[in-house]
Design a binder for this molecule. Structure first.
Ligand code: PLP
Length: 401
């Protein structure tokens, strides 16, 4: 088990009884991240890249340093790191900048595990370009398999979208193997790392994906900041989709030129404080070790599953945890009612479709209850969750017709 101090997380200190199991939605922030935001605004809170005075250079250095920290964390080059507002922003940007390469009849692979922010931008591109969305069939455990991927990969495939870790079921896609197959026919691979990068070691060179998007706020960092990784030559060959300050090289009356990547994809004043404060968040995780982070959350998920799987009032969707996510329903009970019962016991979980309605429909339910664990959760909290779920089953017994 990881040794993480509850005292590091002010929200936990200020809500002493709270058991927070909604980290897949957003993680809590350690004091050092909050301190860094405060440091920026109080000590050198000016704009970046624009001023020639000392404070602007200081802000710029702090801001630019994040590229090196991220590059080390995911094993890429600093100039392959594009700053975004988050995964949604990164994935939408990709669909826009890649759509020039999509033509009528082309195929774009997605799956029912994908978050709305991955599948919806490509639905729009497919409609606009007369291309086709093709869904990888999930196996009986709702996983993506190489076998099923091979069935949809054709010479027409231009883009392969992969959710590395599902935010609903926690299943992990075989990204490396699929990327290899996709590259054999020249397709571009986009990986949604929103639930992967905060929780496990992700090495983009080893995976060989072309693009990877993730959010700062799910990995101890501030909201409104994220990262889009792209292989440099490919990234730099693409045209920007947003125009304005800082991304241009020169502007004439009827035409403009752009800087190279990553700057050409970073128009306007960014979330400077947020991006600067993402550094201590990544350093906090690196210090713990991503293998330890993964094992910790996984062991809590396994404990919970082991202890509720024989309760026949429970429909368990995460039968064999692969990450720190456990998803279930109490049969016949609306997930919001179950989550409200748990909330009354200070247990914060998420209920609903989790912005991934395709998988909810596939599961044949209106929504699910999701407990998602992170570094600050403990075995005692997992035990409290099991006890509360059992209590909920007792309570709701009479409701079920
Ligand atoms: N992709 C997955 C798998 C997610 O879980 C989420 C958020 O829950 C997103 C994308 C979107 O992330 P954000 O809301 O930070 O842009």
């Amino acid at each position: 088990m990881l040794e993480v101090k509850r005292a590091d997380f002010p929200v936990l200190v200020n809500n002493e009884k709270m058991i927070y199991m909604d980290s897949a939605a957003t993680s809590l922030k350690p004091q050092i991240v909050i301190d860094k935001i405060n440091e920026y605004y109080t000590k050198y809170g000016v704009n970046i890249h624009r001023g020639v005075y000392d404070l602007s250079s200081k802000a710029t250095d702090e801001y630019e340093e994040l590229r090196t920290v991220v590059a080390k964390f995911i094993n890429c080059k600093p100039r392959e790191v594009v700053y975004t507002k988050g995964t949604t922003n990164g994935l939408n940007m990709l669909a826009q900048i890649l759509k020039a390469n999509i033509h009528e009849g082309d195929e774009i692979i997605v799956s029912q595990l994908d978050h709305h922010s991955l599948v919806m931008p490509w639905q729009n591109v497919a409609k606009e370009k007369g291309a086709k969305l093709v869904f990888i069939e999930l196996n009986e455990k709702n996983q993506i398999t190489i076998e099923n991927f091979k069935k949809v990969l054709t010479k027409k495939t231009k883009i392969v979208n992969l959710t590395y870790v599902s935010n609903v079921l926690g299943v992990v896609a075989p990204v490396k193997e699929i990327t290899k197959l996709a590259h054999e026919i020249g397709a571009i691979v986009i990986c949604d790392g929103a639930q992967a990068v905060p929780h496990m070691k992700v090495d983009v060179q080893d995976l060989d994906v072309d693009f990877l998007a993730f959010s700062g706020h799910k990995m101890l960092g501030p909201t409104g900041c994220g990262i889009l990784y792209g292989k440099y030559d490919l990234l730099n060959s693409l045209e920007p989709e947003e125009f304005g300050g800082d991304m241009n090289d020169g502007v004439e009356m009827y035409d403009s030129t752009f800087k190279d990547a990553p700057e050409k994809f970073e128009a306007g004043t960014p979330n400077i404080a947020g991006l600067i404060a993402l550094k201590p968040a990544i350093e906090y995780l690196s210090k713990l070790g991503m293998e330890n982070v993964h094992n910790h959350s996984l062991s809590l998920a396994k404990y919970v599953v082991e202890n509720i799987k024989n309760n026949d009032m429970i429909e368990l969707y995460t039968k064999e945890p692969e990450s720190g996510i456990v998803t279930f329903n109490i049969k016949g009970i609306h997930p919001h009612d179950t989550a409200t019962f748990l909330a009354a016991q200070n247990i914060c979980v998420r209920a609903g479709h989790h912005c991934a309605q395709l998988i909810t429909h596939h599961l044949g339910c209106m929504g699910t209850v999701r407990a998602s664990f992170y570094i600050y959760n403990t075995i005692e909290e997992a035990q409290a969750l099991v006890a509360a779920i059992n209590g909920a089953c007792e309570y709701f017994k009479e409701w079920i017709i």
